[in-house]
Design a protein around this ligand. Structure first.
Ligand code: F6R
Length: 617
């Protein structure tokens, strides 16, 4: 979704802003823009471009772009088409104020009409322009300074926002504010310069000192002065500076053509990082501090409710099976977007587990806020350190797989499943619902996963060949049972997202209740047919597809000759404990989606219409 970068200090702002926008590209966007204020002559330069940041650069590079204060934005269209005109920054009519904005102003139409009736004119279709005009109107009618006017104007706004405003008449100050949309302020050298952004990735190379704004806060970033944070009611807030370090290598492609491919291949090392310090005593015990600290609540939990979206929801379905099996606690898995509006029956005997890679998904955040209000303990399983969901959870376990840049989630998914498996083991052990042998065996199996993943990843070339067969298809079915059913859903989602092929995931046995009508010689069917659980039954489902001339790709356990002799293509994964199968079976499906998209010449890392961080509901 939209991304923000801002800078005020003593350096040239332009290179910082452009580099920052590149760092934010992974969030998904359709236009970009930058505004620079040069205090030597008080001139303001604004450049905008539809499409990529590189397009913006080619315009701005050849035109004046000096100034030590500036703001920049990548826009993911919500109000109005993705045109240059609708791209941010937007200005007040008299050109004094310039704004960039993430989020949605829900009452923008009413405000726009009110402002129009007072003689204000609008140049774009955006809600953002309404906001900057409203602030200007407040300055004009109250005579207050801009910071106060921002505060007063935001009091009239319904919706979600992270905004950054610059004022031509005060060319050293940036005003930032947030509600339900993240905003972080980096404090630079000598505490005299400020880097402002919608997440830490564009500013992490300049400073580790970060201040995360909370909802309803406004920050005044004045070059050479201490950061000042106020509430919308004008109360001064004690600034809490966090030390946030990001591994900058993780923000580069590291020699791979795409972030997605890099992230697929780094899963073995990511899972080692995820388990480090948590599987201890020479692989004999799982220790998660959140579980130790909240032992009583977890042991006495009546129910666990998982709230999440998309890929994280699929991880939740796997977590349900693991937690129910090893902890004997009933688990429900809800789409966060449905949960938040369902008036859920939830109280202090429930644990709500929020799973989120970005930690900023608006629906998941709202779901945990509701759960907290109703007394549930909120346990976050989050990747982005310091993110809103992490900060709004009572406790939790970070996934620790490093920043995920490719829009299609890969390493975060396997990280989430690994954390959920560790949670099931740790809670099950405390409850006594898992036997010693099973417990130790599962830990050993978890520790063996990274090496086994490497074996699966070495089949990349073969998967690329198989991908050619999908290239010209329009549909695909993904079928699996038990623990592999959520993997079928995830495989289908990956294909949809980046190769724009329609794909459906189904429990394999459910196929004959409808989807089998779609099967013919044109329909690729991907079966998850690993060697345990309902294997024989999955084979029967395969026979049904073969009888209708469906083209099968099967993901099987190493050495499976039965399936090899039945179907067109097989990919083998090493033998593993059935509960952990998804950590291996999902890899060929991630690679398949990747290679289909590449062979179609599509933009793998930034697929159309998608955003990495879904900060609007
Ligand atoms: C799919 C994907 C999305 C996200 C979903 C939730 O590849 O990435 O479906 O999983 O938008 O995002 P997070 O996990 O950041 O809450």
């Amino acid at each position: 979704m939209c991304g923000i970068v801002g800078y005020t200090g003593y350096r040239e702002a332009y290179p910082i802003l452009i580099k920052g926008l590149h760092r934010l590209e992974y969030r998904g966007y359709d236009s970009a823009g930058v505004a620079l204020l040069d205090e030597s002559d008080n001139s303001l330069s604004i450049y905008k471009a539809k499409g990529k940041v590189s397009g913006l650069e080619s315009i701005a590079d050849s035109r004046p772009h000096s100034g030590c204060i500036g703001i920049a934005h990548t826009r993911w269209a919500t109000h109005g088409l993705p045109t240059e005109n609708n791209a941010h920054p937007h200005q007040s009519e008299n050109g004094r104020l310039t704004i960039v904005h993430n989020g949605i102003i829900e009452n923008y139409a009413v405000l726009r009409e009110q402002l129009k009736s007072k003689g204000y004119h609008f140049r774009s279709e955006t809600d953002t322009e309404v906001l900057v005009q409203l602030i200007q109107y407040t300055v004009d009618t109250t005579g207050e300074d801009v910071a106060t006017s921002v505060r007063l104007a935001l009091g009239k706004v319904i919706g979600a926002y992270a905004i950054v405003v610059i004022d031509r008449d005060n060319p050293d100050t940036i005003i930032a504010a947030r509600k339900s949309s993240p905003m972080v302020i980096g404090i630079g050298e000598g505490n005299c310069e400020f880097f402002i952004a919608s997440d830490a990735s564009p500013i992490a190379e300049y400073t580790t000192k970060m201040v995360y704004l909370s909802d309803g806060q406004i920050a005044l970033c004045r070059r050479g002065e201490e950061l000042q944070v106020l509430t919308l009611d004008n109360d001064l807030v004690k600034v809490k500076v966090r030390n946030v370090k990001l591994d900058l290598n993780m923000l580069d492609k590291g020699g791979y053509p795409h972030f997605m491919l890099k992230e697929i291949h780094e899963q073995p090392s990511c899972l080692r990082d995820c388990m480090r310090g948590r599987i201890v005593e020479d692989g004999k015990r799982v220790v998660l501090s959140a579980i130790t600290e909240h032992r009583e609540e977890l042991l006495n939990a009546r129910r666990i409710v998982v709230v999440s979206c998309g890929t994280s929801w699929h991880a939740g379905l796997i977590g349900k099976q693991l937690i129910e099996q090893y902890c004997r606690i009933p688990v429900e898995v809800a789409y966060a977007s449905e949960f938040r509006y369902s008036d859920p029956v939830i109280d202090d005997k429930d644990i709500v587990v929020a799973i989120s890679q970005s930690g900023e998904t608006a629906d998941t955040l709202a779901a945990i806020q509701l759960a907290s209000e109703r007394g549930a303990l909120v346990y976050g399983v989050v990747n982005a350190v310091g993110s809103s969901i992490a900060r709004n959870s009572d406790t939790g376990t970070y996934i620790h797989v490093g920043p995920e840049i490719g829009v299609a989630s890969t390493k975060a998914f396997t990280g989430q499943v690994t954390v959920l498996a560790m949670m099931a083991l740790a809670i099950g052990r405390e409850k006594g619902t898992i036997g010693d042998e099973e417990y130790e065996n599962l830990i050993a199996e978890l520790l063996s996963i990274p090496e086994k993943m490497e074996k699966v990843l070495s089949q990349d070339g073969r998967i690329r060949q198989i991908a050619e067969k999908f290239r010209d298809k329009h549909n695909a079915l993904y079928l699996g049972r038990g623990i592999n059913y959520p993997v079928a859903l995830e495989g289908a989602l990956k294909l949809k997202e980046i190769s724009y092929l329609h794909a459906e995931g189904y429990p394999a046995a459910e196929m004959k209740h409808g989807p089998i009508a779609l099967v013919d010689e044109e329909m690729p069917v991907v079966f998850l047919a690993t060697h345990y659980g309902l294997y024989e039954k999955v084979i029967s489902n395969m026979q049904e597809v073969i009888a209708r001339k469906g083209r099968i790709l099967a993901i099987v356990t190493e050495g499976d000759e039965t399936v090899r002799n039945m179907v067109e293509d097989v990919i083998e994964v090493p033998q593993v404990h059935s509960s952990l199968a998804p950590l291996l079976t999902v890899l060929p499906l991630q690679m398949l989606a990747y290679h289909v998209a590449v062979s179609k010449g599509l933009d793998v890392d930034q697929p159309r219409n998608l955003a990495k961080s879904v900060t609007v509901e």
